[in-house]
Design a protein around this ligand. Structure first.
Ligand code: BDR
Ligand code: CA
Length: 309
């Protein structure tokens, strides 16, 4: 069993990453979920996390982390995820409890008191993880890896060069990428190939149960994606969880990757050294391709798990 902690900003694709992780208790032990200002304000993404955890009848600690980036103000993404940060269905007022503790202190004790290593799944801006690594560098040996959705070595989405999660807090991303902790990067190179088609989304409509709710979320997400030219819906964040479940679904390559924090058109870019003989040692496993059928079946099987639970 892999011990994991999911740091997120739900977010439609964040919600699905949580769902698939919780559908695999034999393989992934979800120690907790934390939120970070990103897709929407911390208040909204934490409410969305409560909603999804309640819907799944989950029982894991939920802690709210940083409101916004280390240095710059938060730039959210209502154009992709709607006004609530997870539009598409109405949830009842959430009752799911929030653990009111300082996230970084909690993580520190969790790591130091544990005999086993923990994998962090970062699917929002990397602010919380950067704060942990900067405040308590001695935790590094306790971290198995950081498996993150962010960046892209071929292109961006929020700007031509930069992907949203990295762009929102490049200073944090730089700390994570340079930390020496093993990093697996599921960036746009792979996540845009890891999509659901409109037909696959429609197939959920008549299934009832959790699938029907997920249909509502994905229907909204698919329609909002069209304004950016996507007919199919990339489930960006889910790549991290499927990678931890079955790394053979993906192909990747090690690169030396630098996060650009300079002001200007490349701010937030993940610049990979693509030269034949890079001067700096490769530090990041960059996922580049996925077997889409197998990827999609992880989601479909997880939905069935909850529908029939
Ligand atoms: C990333 O940005 C967010 O909108 C998604 O949840 C994902 O983490 C994709 O660029
Ligand atoms: Ca996200």
């Amino acid at each position: 069993v892999n011990n994991i902690w999911i740091d997120c900003d739900p977010g439609h694709d964040d919600a699905l990453a949580i769902l698939v992780a919780l559908a695999h208790p034999q393989q992934l032990k979800v120690l907790g979920i934390s939120t970070v200002g990103g897709n929407e304000s911390l208040l909204k993404v934490t409410r969305n996390a409560r909603n999804i955890l309640e819907l799944l009848n989950a029982d894991v600690p939920l802690i709210a982390g940083a409101k916004g980036p280390l240095i710059k103000p938060l730039k959210s993404a209502p154009e992709a995820h709607g006004e609530s940060g997870m539009d598409g269905i109405d949830f009842p007022a959430p009752l799911y409890p929030i653990l009111h503790v300082n996230l970084i202190e909690y993580w520190y004790h969790l790591l130091m008191d544990s005999d086993e290593t923990i994998t962090f799944v970062g699917i929002g801006p990397l602010t919380n993880l950067a704060l942990l690594l900067q405040t308590y560098p001695d935790v590094k040996s306790k971290i198995e890896m950081i498996c993150l959705m962010g960046g892209g070595i071929s292109h961006g989405n929020i700007t031509p060069a930069s992907e949203f999660n990295i762009y929102v807090d490049p200073e944090a991303a730089k700390i994570v990428f340079n930390s020496g902790v093993p990093v697996v990067m599921a960036g746009l190179d792979v996540t845009e190939k890891s999509y659901l088609t409109r037909e696959e989304i429609d197939s959920l409509k008549s299934r009832g149960g959790i699938s029907q709710k997920v249909y509502g979320l994905l229907d909204f997400y698919n329609q909002s994606g069209r304004q950016f030219g996507f007919e199919n819906s990339p489930l960006h964040d889910l790549c991290t969880i499927v990678y931890l479940l079955d790394s053979n679904v993906f192909e990747g390559k090690n690169y030396s990757v630098e996060v650009v924090t300079d002001e200007g058109v490349t701010r937030g870019m993940t610049l990979a050294d693509l030269r034949k003989k890079p001067k700096i040692q490769n530090n990041i496993l960059v996922l580049l391709d996925s077997k889409r059928d197998r990827y999609v079946s992880y989601l479909m099987d997880s939905l069935a798990y909850f529908d029939y639970k």
